[in-house]
Structures are given as structure tokens and as C-alpha cells.
Design a protein around this ligand. Structure first.
Ligand code: AMP
Ligand code: ZN
Length: 465
């Protein structure tokens, strides 16, 4: 039996709002699918990683503990071309795949810190939990849920799991052979929808391990089953990931975990919707992938990105634009300046804000309505009824949920909106290779007392007057 936290979130499996529960005393056990560390996380990935932080904050605020596990995928995540993403990047950068993995993993942690995302309790790496996966695969073979194919790889027998497809609605009878939803060749599998748990090394020489079924490497889906079962002690109260992971990743994880344990392992499947950039899906080929570094390079506070995310409901697709980021940047700065202004010596227990606090908690508890919370902040900011102490007290209370560092000191010297816009325009001109324009903006910035220098990490600026 679970104790309810009172926080209702949409459960993709039951297709309704459901209160998140704590099944182990006061503790809510959460698993969030982590990054594949072959490249920097883009702002879309970061939106999904922020979701677990927002949920964890809300749960803690409601008096529960959180145990959050997030995996680091450093092997086994295949691209559409049946290549391991890690190995492709390693050969592109002419580096050892483990060196690539560790480098991007540390950059992932840097980005989380910049976005004020509290770290998970545990970040297990796939390459360091191979034993766990081998044990789980052996148990699945033993139970008749998996088999070794003629190619040496071990496959999960999809038909052995009768409720396959309940998360996404993609039931087995509607999956056509040849449909590219799983990155293994057909033919060797007994059924077209089976997927590999362990892949035989074949000609591959890097990132392979010995196993009872020969040398090879794990599939991506088995990693999340093995880690969640082990590190969350056999049960997951809440499972988080981006919407694209519903199928096949989470369907396969559910089939593996439930088949091994004989129970419904995950109580609640939560999915964050995708982020678009300027109306389009972010992709390398479209050249519109935005990293946190690009935002900082334009002179914007990384927490301006956090605020733009909060101004959109996690369950709605969201379109990010530079205009929205610049606007959020100035809102954030204004709020911080106000917080300093409202900071008097008088400490009051602000009874006047009890109603507002209640409204905020209701908004959060009703499917994480963060846009409503940011509206409440605007309402309080403009209020003529509340005194400064009450306003400050409410902002501090809200920040416990939002994590915007609203009480951060803003240097009075902070750059103006005009300078921010010029820095953004110059960075855009440089990425469009319009060097004439970028030089012209550099001169304009000098007139305003800002010197810009270009470095391999992008443009940097400092004040010269
Ligand atoms: P990856 O590093 O590709 O394994 O993805 C890490 C997380 O980011 C997963 O939970 C994905 O579902 C999520 N994700 C990928 N693209 C986007 C996007 N455009 N917007 C929001 N989340 C995304
Ligand atoms: Zn996962």
C-alpha cells in the first residue's frame, strides 16, 4: 500500500491524473531515464531532466523524502543505422569511447548545476552495472521470457508478456514486421517484435564484455530495468522520461521488469512533452540544436531558460524562442531586484499570504501547473494590498518549488536589456557567418562599454568602462 503525497500527475499507463504515492514509509522512489553521453544535452533534454527536479521539489515540500536514481547510458544505445552512438562519436572524435562518455557525463552534470537542478541520489553507469543486467537476463531466460538466437544474441520474447503495449497503445498485433521500432535485424528473432537484451559482439571489439552467452554488450532497455529494480529495491513509485521514450523503451522496460518480478513494478509513468525550437524539432540536420552554452554565450542567465520552461506546462509541447528567453531573463532580473528592495529588517509571519500559498500548492498538486504559479508571482508583484514583507515571503515560498534563485543578489552593474539583445544578435550573426554584421555589433557594444572576445567556446564579454 502506498501513502499518497497529494500530488496528482498524469499517468500515461492509466491515462488519468493519479496521486503520486510513497510505497516505502515516507519515501517516494523515483527513476528518471538519464542521458546518453555521446554529446552535450540540448535544451530539450534539459526540459525533461528539469521535470524530475520539479516533481522531487514538490514531493519534498509536501513532507515526503525522495530517492531519485538516474542512469547514465554509456553503452548500448543504438542509432537508426544500427550503430552504438558512443562508438560512432568516439571514432568521429578519434578518442576512446570511455573518454568520450566521461567527458559528456561531466558536462551533463555541469549543465544540471547551471540550471539549478538538484542532483539525483545515484547516477549508475550502464558500463559499470553489466553484472546486474546479466543476472536479470539469466532470470528472464529461466522464466521463459527470453531466449538465445542463432546469432548468439539474447532476445526478449514479446509475446510472453500479455499486456505488452499498454503504456503507448502499440499492441503487438498492430506492430508490422519490418517496422523500424527496434534496432535489430529481423530474421534471427522468433517474432518480429522481440528485442535484444544482450547483443553478440560480432565484429565489434570495443565496449564488449564476457557473458554466459558469449562476448557482447547490453541492449539499452535492459539497463533501465536492471538499475531501477536494483537501486530502488524492486519497486518504482514514479518513472519519468521524455514522451518519445513511451515506445519502445518504456514498453520494453515494463515487460522486462514485470516478467522478472511477477509484479507491476512501476506505479506511475510520467512523460514530459517535447521542446521545439522556433517552431521546429531540434535536429543536427536542421542546424537548430540549442545548448545551454549558447544561451550563456548570448549573455542570458541560464535560469532564464528554467523560467521559460516553468511558464509552460510540462505536458504541453513547447516552442522556445530567443525572444521568450530574453523576456524571461529580464523578468528574472526584475524579480531579484525587487526581492532586494523588499528585504527589510522586519520579520513578519505573513498571514496575509496564507490564501496565496494555498493557491500555489493547489496549482502544483494539480498536475504541476507551473504557469499558474508564475502568474501568481506576477499578481503578487503588482499587488497594492500586500506589503513588501508579504511579497518577499511569498516569493521565497514559491522559490522552494520553482528553484529560480529569486533571492540571488543582482549586481546593480548587471547588463542592460539593450546589451543583452546586442550580444544575442552578435552571436546569431556569427553563427550565420555574417562577420560584417558581427563586427559592426562589436563596435556598438564597445560604445556601451562592453568588450567582446571570441573563443572556441563562443563569445565572452567583459565590461571595459
Ligand atoms: P537521450 O540523451 O537522447 O537519451 O535523451 C535524454 C532525455 O531527453 C530522454 O528522456 C528524452 O525523452 C528527452 N528528450 C529528447 N528530445 C527531447 C526534446 N526535444 N524535448 C524534451 N525532451 C527530450
Ligand atoms: Zn530508460
Amino acid at each position: 500500500m502506498s501513502r499518497s503525497t497529494g500530488i496528482a500527475l498524469y499517468n500515461t499507463l492509466s491515462r488519468q491524473l493519479q496521486e503520486v504515492g510513497a510505497s516505502k514509509g515516507n519515501q517516494v522512489r523515483i527513476y528518471c531515464c538519464g542521458p546518453t553521453v555521446y554529446r552535450d544535452a540540448h535544451v530539450g533534454n534539459l526540459r525533461t531532466f528539469l521535470l524530475s527536479d520539479l516533481v522531487a521539489r514538490a514531493i519534498r515540500q509536501s513532507g515526503f523524502d525522495v530517492l531519485l536514481v538516474q542512469n547514465i547510458t554509456d553503452v548500448g544505445h543504438m542509432s537508426d543505422d544500427f550503430e552504438d552512438k558512443m562508438l560512432t562519436q568516439a571514432s568521429l572524435e578519434k578518442k576512446d569511447p570511455f573518454a568520450i562518455a566521461r567527458e559528456y557525463e561531466s558536462r551533463f552534470h555541469r549543465d544540471l548545476a547551471l540550471l539549478n537542478i538538484s542532483p539525483a541520489d545515484l547516477y549508475p553507469r550502464a558500463s559499470e552495472t553489466i553484472e546486474l543486467m546479466l543476472e536479470l537476463i539469466a532470470a528472464l531466460i529461466h522464466k521463459g521470457s527470453a531466449y538465445q538466437g542463432e546469432d548468439g544474441s539474447v532476445y526478449f520474447a514479446a509475446e510472453s508478456f500479455s499486456t505488452y503495449g499498454e503504456i503507448s497503445g502499440n499492441r503487438l498485433d498492430s506492430l508490422k514486421p519490418g517496422h523500424r521500432y527496434e534496432y535489430t535485424d529481423d530474421g534471427i528473432k522468433r517474432f518480429h517484435a522481440d528485442w535484444a537484451l544482450w547483443k553478440s559482439a560480432g565484429g565489434r571489439t570495443q565496449m564488449i564484455w564476457p557473458s554466459p552467452w558469449g562476448e557482447g554488450f547490453p541492449g539499452w532497455h535492459i539497463e533501465c530495468s536492471a538499475m531501477s529494480l536494483k537501486f530502488l529495491d524492486g519497486h518504482v513509485d514514479l518513472h519519468i522520461g521524455g514522451i518519445d521514450l513511451r515506445f519502445p523503451h518504456h514498453e520494453n522496460e515494463r515487460a522486462q521488469s514485470n516478467s522478472a518480478s511477477g509484479n507491476e513494478v512501476v506505479d506511475h509513468w510520467l512523460h514530459g512533452e517535447h521542446l521545439l525550437f522556433e517552431g521546429r524539432k531540434m535536429s543536427k540536420s536542421a542546424g537548430n540544436v540549442v545548448l545551454l552554452g549558447d544561451i550563456i554565450e548570448r549573455g542570458l542567465d541560464p535560469l532564464a531558460l528554467r523560467l521559460t520552461f516553468l511558464e509552460n506546462r510540462y505536458r504541453a509541447q513547447m516552442d522556445l524562442t530567443w525572444e521568450s528567453l530574453i523576456a524571461a531573463n529580464s523578468t528574472l532580473k526584475r524579480w531579484r531586484l525587487k526581492m532586494a528592495e523588499w528585504n527589510g529588517l522586519k520579520e513578519v509571519i505573513a498571514n496575509e499570504i496564507q490564501g496565496l500559498k494555498k493557491e500555489l500548492v493547489e496549482a502544483i498538486n494539480q498536475d504541476l501547473d507551473t504557469p499558474r504559479v508564475t502568474q501568481l508571482l506576477r499578481k503578487v508583484e503588482r499587488s497594492t494590498d500586500l506589503d513588501d514583507h508579504a511579497k518577499r515571503a511569498f516569493f521565497l515560498f514559491a522559490d522552494g518549488y520553482l528553484g529560480l534563485e529569486l533571492d540571488m543578489k543582482v549586481e546593480v552593474e548587471a547588463i542592460s536589456v539593450e546589451i543583452t539583445q546586442l550580444l544575442a544578435a552578435r552571436a546569431a550573426a556569427r553563427s550565420n557567418k555574417d562577420f560584417g554584421k558581427s563586427d559592426q555589433i562589436r563596435d556598438q557594444l564597445i560604445q556601451l562599454g562592453i568588450e567582446v572576445q571570441d573563443s572556441p567556446d563562443g563569445q565572452k564579454w567583459n565590461r571595459i568602462i
